[in-house]
Design a protein around this ligand. Structure first.
Ligand code: FAD
Length: 286
């Protein structure tokens, strides 16, 4: 099913999950674990499962394998992510053909993080060019990334929003956001999108916190605010893993309720390949 049809259904909320290809999985055990976890989440009737793409295509084959299994075994619509920053037009064309040969209908078009080794291919500088290329050359429905607190590299939030508008106008159907812990950032982002005429569905990305150190690192990397009360609690209980996980589930459940009450059409969960937290949250809110 294409993104537009998924988000035009009467069904609310539209549930979706993000997973990533497991690293160092020579015997395939981690991949089997991932599918066990995904099977536990099917009970919530997800409409879509997205699969991340490693910088520079480092896990391309694994991504394709997972995408095929999501479609064939789980019978759920898969959405591959794709990054263009260090890939040539030729590679992009081939990859898109591969996806279309498996009847994949959707893609999340990204620039990707700038490689630290400087290995940049200049065919595509920003995600908007990739969106344009996909629209010109395939029938895929395209999603893009949005940043409620601004993208980490951008000099100003206003400029970032103008670039988002440019990217959306190239033919995107849906915007999936980066994680956020201050839910007000999401609401202002949606408001700003509407003001700028960005009328695509904006789906909030939800990350249940499970470790203090991990969240500090991720928030720092993505330039995302951790509200002071949340930081205080997580810091105080940082050595108590069970407490932290329970708190993360409670926090995300409240966040999700607030998002849905205020009009979010769906929830996109960053599962980190684990079912437990997402499953608890969905049981709390549905
Ligand atoms: P762009 O939209 O190109 O924006 C990048 C920066 O350039 C921004 O600061 C923007 O303001 C600026 N900009 C945009 N257009 C222009 C322009 N025309 N001229 C000048 N400046 C411009 N990374 C992965 O490697 N693999 C993944 O699978 C992956 N999945 C993701 C999923 C989601 C939902 C999100 C939110 C992020 C994901 N990322 C992933 C991270 C993403 O690749 C990085 O955030 C990356 O740095 C930016 O990608 P983008 O597509 O948003 O880039």
């Amino acid at each position: 099913m294409k993104l537009k049809d998924i988000y035009n259904q009467d069904k609310t909320p539209v549930i979706s999950y993000e997973v990533f290809p497991p690293k160092d999985d020579t015997d395939g055990e981690k991949l089997e674990n991932l599918f066990e976890e995904l099977n536990k989440l099917l009970v919530f009737k997800p409409s879509l499962i997205s699969v991340t793409y490693g910088a520079g295509g480092s896990n391309r084959n694994e991504s394709v394998e997972i995408i095929k299994r999501i479609k064939e075994e789980l019978k759920i619509t898969p959405m591959p992510h794709f990054t263009c920053v260090s890939t040539s037009t030729k590679n992009i064309r081939e990859y898109l053909k591969t996806l279309e040969s498996f009847d994949i209908e959707n893609i999340l078009a990204l620039r990707g993080d700038m490689p630290q080794d400087g290995n940049v291919c200049h065919d595509f500088k920003h995600a908007d060019e990739l969106v344009q290329y996909i629209k010109d050359n395939t029938n895929l429905s395209v999603a893009i990334a949005g940043y409620p607190e601004g993208h980490k590299e951008c000099e100003s939030f206003e400029k970032d929003m103008l670039y988002l508008k440019q990217k959306a106008d190239k033919g995107a159907d849906v915007i999936y956001t980066q994680m956020f812990f201050n839910t007000e950032h999401y609401f202002s982002f949606v408001e700003k999108c509407l003001k700028l005429g960005i009328n695509q569905t904006v789906i909030p990305g939800v990350l249940p916190v499970s470790s203090y150190n991990q969240i500090l690192k991720m928030a720092d990397m993505c330039k995302v605010e951790i509200p002071s009360k949340m930081r205080e609690i997580l810091e105080k209980h940082q050595d108590d893993k069970d407490y932290t996980k329970k708190y993360g589930i409670e926090y995300a459940s409240i966040q999700c309720q607030k998002l849905l009450q205020n009009g979010a059409k769906g929830l996109h969960f960053y599962t980190l390949n684990k079912a437990h937290a997402v499953s608890e949250i969905l049981q709390n809110i549905l």
